[in-house]
Design a protein around this ligand. Structure first.
Ligand SMILES: *Cc1c(COP(=O)(O)O)cnc(C)c1O
Length: 383
């Protein structure tokens, strides 16, 4: 049934071997920079590559500050703390995301509220957000957003740019402003993705990236906080054990975190970042070939939203229904072409099942239909 798709994927990667969903590629200066780090002995949380990785990422994204962290989840946790999220408060997010988004909220002692996504972005819907807040929340005399019944504070909103496709961040910022919410963007999947020419993760007060092994560039494990000057200084402090500068004394002025990215990982990151635009060119041309291959088939290729440049981190198709989705997953995986369904909705996980939520029709519809197709950059892949 899906034989022509399977042979198409094999042609792209020019192999009859197993084809993974997303594998990293190290064809640049990775080895040189890592060896240089070992030879310098500065392999840990201080070193030239951490500083350079932050400077390079700040320049690439246009974010005034970029603070490297041990992983994307840590970047999210620290960002929510910096946004002022406290125990007992609420943070609005989308049910269609990777579990790290929700876990970071839980680490703060706060609870997620799930609001529906839009079908054309796969990300948090500004309209659904505004409608839910109108029905269930009020602005109090201090300008805090509180639920009408429990009085709980809704502190922040955490949208995610799914598979690299930007959410409607302009409208989300407008809704956030109306309701006194701090916007933190989970841009873990969208490094290199632009919304109206501006880098995702730089619209909200804070944004976060991930450099896990499956992301568009990797540091082994790693993440980054993108933010302005003032929060940037606080972010560096909070993620480096809250140590005050002193020639020899250990002075820490709050409970800090050991979330600093090691120099060894940053060395890998600097080399990967040098190649990012090349990766995006290859990914975008692969996406265009998937799109034209699947025209007129039962699978609808998911295309980047209007006014956006997506990094097409993971290519996605929308199947006709859950049965066809299951058939596609089985046929491809049986034949050594790795595909995966989208995540289960977060409100289906035991830990988050009792969280507040709005109507989730679009998320439910997408959950039953979305499949990711192989999306790696490899030496065999042509532009
Ligand atoms: C990868 C990812 C993260 C962070 O993951 P880490 O493995 O901690 O770097 C967060 N949110 C989303 C949506 C992700 O895909």
């Amino acid at each position: 049934m899906f034989d022509s798709l399977i042979s198409f994927v094999r042609e792209q990667y020019r192999t009859n071997e197993f084809i993974p969903l997303h594998a990293p590629i190290f064809k640049g200066n990775e080895r040189d920079y890592v060896v240089e780090t070992i030879e310098s002995t500065f392999v840990s949380s201080v070193g030239a590559f951490v500083d350079r990785f932050e400077r390079d990422m700040s320049a690439y994204t246009g974010s005034p500050k970029a603070i490297a962290t041990v992983n994307g989840t840590a970047a999210l946790h620290a960002s929510l703390l910096l946004a002022g999220v406290k125990a007992g408060e609420l943070v609005i997010t989308q049910p269609l995301t990777f579990v790290a988004t929700c876990n970071a909220i839980a680490y703060c002692g706060a609870e997620p509220v799930f609001i529906d996504v839009d079908r054309h972005t796969l990300g948090l819907s500004p309209v659904a957000l505004d409608e839910w807040l109108h029905e269930y929340a009020n602005l109090d005399a201090d300008g805090l957003c509180r639920l009408k019944d429990s009085g709980k504070v809704v502190r922040a909103c955490l949208p995610m740019h799914t598979f690299g496709h930007p959410v409607e961040i302009d409208q989300l910022l407008a809704v956030g402003k109306r309701w006194g919410l701090i916007i933190v963007e989970d841009a873990a999947e969208s490094l290199g993705s632009l919304y109206k020419g501006q880098h995702t993760g730089t619209f909200g007060q804070l944004g976060t990236l991930s450099f896990n092994g499956n992301k568009i560039i990797t540091t082994g494990g790693g993440g980054m906080i993108l933010t302005g000057e003032e929060l940037g200084v606080k972010a560096k402090h909070l993620t480096t054990t809250a140590k005050l500068p002193h020639p020899y004394e250990y002075v820490h002025d709050e409970v800090g975190y050991n979330y600093r990215l090691p120099n060894l990982n940053a060395a890998l990151g600097c080399a990967q970042l040098e190649q990012l635009e090349g990766f995006i060119t290859l990914k975008r041309s692969l996406a265009a070939r998937y799109e034209s291959e699947l025209q007129g088939s039962e699978l609808q290729f998911f295309q980047e939203p209007k006014d956006c440049r997506s990094n097409y981190w993971l290519n996605a198709v929308v199947c006709e229904n859950r049965d066809r989705r299951d058939a596609l997953l089985k046929a491809t995986n049986d034949q050594g072409v790795m595909t995966r369904p989208i995540w289960q909705l977060m409100n289906h996980l035991p830990k988050y099942a009792t969280c507040l939520r709005g109507d989730l029709s679009n998320a439910t519809w997408l959950e039953a239909r979305i499949v990711n197709l192989p999306s790696s950059v490899t030496p065999e892949l042509s532009a």
